[in-house]
Ligand binder design. Structure first.
Ligand SMILES: *[C@@H]1O[C@H](CO)[C@@H](O)[C@H](O)[C@H]1NC(C)=O
Ligand SMILES: *[C@@H]1O[C@H](CO)[C@@H](O)[C@H](O)[C@H]1NC(C)=O
Ligand SMILES: *[C@@H]1O[C@H](CO)[C@@H](O)[C@H](O)[C@H]1NC(C)=O
Ligand SMILES: *[C@@H]1O[C@H](CO)[C@@H](O)[C@H](O)[C@H]1NC(C)=O
Ligand SMILES: *[C@@H]1O[C@H](CO)[C@@H](O)[C@H](O)[C@H]1NC(C)=O
Length: 461
């Protein structure tokens, strides 16, 4: 008996070493082998929030400080002259960042109704102001200056209390005008004073305190990851942090890393390659096409229509990406109605077309071979694969011809429309494909922002 026990223990110890004992080493060869937590791919849609002191001047974009005092753009200099007294500095905007109307529970409701599965908030942008009471950002954080509240903590609690969404944090590695950073930069990044005093302590602080599901890193491009000690941080994040099993990161961890290393790839702002990607990726894009932060100079024509947003969503998901839709709240903590409306419309549309988006996979074809603007996803349900065809346009002829699907036995091959109970007649085209009668589609659906046909019983499912 005792020997059996001993053997059993030996086997269990071995199993433990094999299953739980693998640790990541601080290099990309090791870190890049970590599988992405499964929740991410299934959710497909997130909401990005750019909010900070830059929301106070709210002019040009969240890069205002740089545009005014770094690039010295004339429109920014004129804007300051016209609206603020001489000698007014960027830090003087801090006390004006009041967040006085910010209600985290109300935001959580809007975010939830968008149909998105996760939220990413700017915990600190390139201006260096931390949206939480950081011990490493003296007198330049949301508790000491401005709202006198923990904005990250309030939103994290509300999102987790009120919704099933995952909660992520954006964090900028560099800060435009931080003297420690500028000192390291002057030393050609051979010193790491800024990383030691600021970047790393902040990253450990937000992970330990808020247990984010995503660390959306940015502001990496001026220095290599060896300056940022990114691989050391990620090894801790994946091995020992309180979120080691659930957290995801992106690819912005040092110059040259983007689109090559890290968690999912973002590659560039508004990345939308139009072809299937080998590695999981995210299209981080903005509803206001010209800015991430709120700005007072937004024209209605700068804001994506719901049709444009849905077209981008379809294209992104077809090619294996997630869509991260950005909004910029005002400095007093309200979500501008045009962004709120767009999020709610997206949620209404996703409610009708949920099957074609959530937990879907890319199909053999991403877009149609014949009709432009038709994008595909697929979903396997036991033995059957349903193929979903997204289109923004219904041809005036009343016939939608799809070149990619090969219809199977007509007694099983069926075309239905998401959100309706109707089936739509089809015939095989002269070169194969499916010629679907869509003349009466608009009578059937509640929203005319984009339609999704489900194709059952294809030969090439
Ligand atoms: C969320 O729940 C936590 C603990 O259950 C509570 O302390 C906190 O006040 C709640 N936050 C919000 C914003 O409702
Ligand atoms: C970065 O990592 C190296 C190697 O582990 C270490 O020697 C150095 O002290 C670290 N720098 C900081 C700022 O933590
Ligand atoms: C499919 O998408 C690719 C990439 O955007 C594009 O080059 C191609 O023309 C599209 N095909 C059709 C038929 O529109
Ligand atoms: C689709 O069917 C209609 C009606 O029979 C026909 O007029 C049209 O030419 C067909 N389109 C294609 C591409 O076969
Ligand atoms: C469209 O017409 C076809 C027959 O022509 C019919 O089977 C289908 O139910 C109709 N759909 C709607 C939404 O009226």
């Amino acid at each position: 008996m005792a020997t059996v026990c001993k053997h059993l223990i030996a086997v269990l110890v071995l199993l433990g070493v094999c299953v739980g004992g693998a640790r990541y080493t601080p290099d990309w060869d090791s870190l890049d082998t970590r599988p992405l937590p499964l929740w991410y791919d299934g959710t497909k849609v997130g909401v990005f929030i750019h909010w900070g002191v830059f929301s106070v001047p709210a002019f040009r974009s969240e890069w205002f400080w740089w545009d005014w005092q770094g690039a010295k753009y004339n429109d920014c200099i004129e804007f300051m002259k016209a609206n603020y007294p001489p000698g007014f500095t960027y830090p003087d905007f801090g006390p004006k960042f009041t967040a006085s109307r910010f209600d985290a529970n109300k935001w959580a409701e809007v975010l939830d109704k968008s149909g998105a599965g996760y939220v990413v908030l700017t915990s600190k942008h390139h201006e260096g102001y931390t949206m939480w009471p950081s011990a490493h950002s003296w007198n330049w954080n949301a508790m000491d200056v401005g709202p006198h509240r923990d904005l990250v903590g309030e939103l994290a609690n509300a999102v987790r209390n009120k919704t099933a969404m995952f909660f992520g944090l954006y964090h900028s590695l560099f800060e435009w005008f931080n003297p420690l950073y500028l000192g390291d930069k002057a030393n050609k990044f051979h010193t790491q004073n800024f990383v030691r005093e600021k970047t790393l302590p902040e990253l450990y602080e937000i992970v330990n305190r808020y247990k984010p599901d995503i660390i959306w890193s940015d502001g990496d491009w001026e220095a290599p990851d060896s300056y940022w000690n990114s691989t050391q941080f990620l090894a801790w994040l994946y091995n020992d942090s309180p979120v080691k099993d659930t957290v995801l990161t992106n690819d912005r961890w040092g110059s040259g890393d983007m689109c090559k290393h890290g968690g999912y790839f973002t590659c560039s702002d508004r990345y939308n390659p139009g072809v299937l990607q080998k590695h999981k990726w995210e299209n981080a894009m903005t509803l206001d096409q010209k800015s991430w932060g709120y700005r007072r100079d937004t024209d209605l024509s700068d804001v994506l229509t719901i049709q444009e947003l849905i077209a981008t969503l379809a294209e992104t998901v077809s090619c294996g990406g997630n869509l991260l839709v950005n909004i910029g709240p005002t400095s007093d903590g309200t979500i501008p109605p045009v962004f709120e409306e767009r999020l709610l419309q997206m949620g209404q549309w996703l409610g009708v077309n949920a099957d074609a988006i959530y937990d879907s996979k890319p199909w053999h074809y991403q877009n149609d071979t014949h009709t432009p603007g038709v994008w595909y996803t697929a979903k396997k349900i036991s033995m059957v694969t349903i193929v979903y065809a997204f289109t923004q346009k219904l041809p005036e002829s009343g016939y939608l011809y799809l070149g990619a699907p090969i219809p199977g036995d007509p007694s099983f091959c069926q075309v239905t429309l998401q959100g309706t109970v109707y089936t739509f007649p089809w015939t095989t085209g002269p070169q194969g494909g499916m010629n679907i009668t869509v003349s009466n589609v608009t009578n059937a659906t509640p929203y005319s922002w984009g339609w999704v046909f489900s194709l059952y019983g294809l030969k090439n499912q």
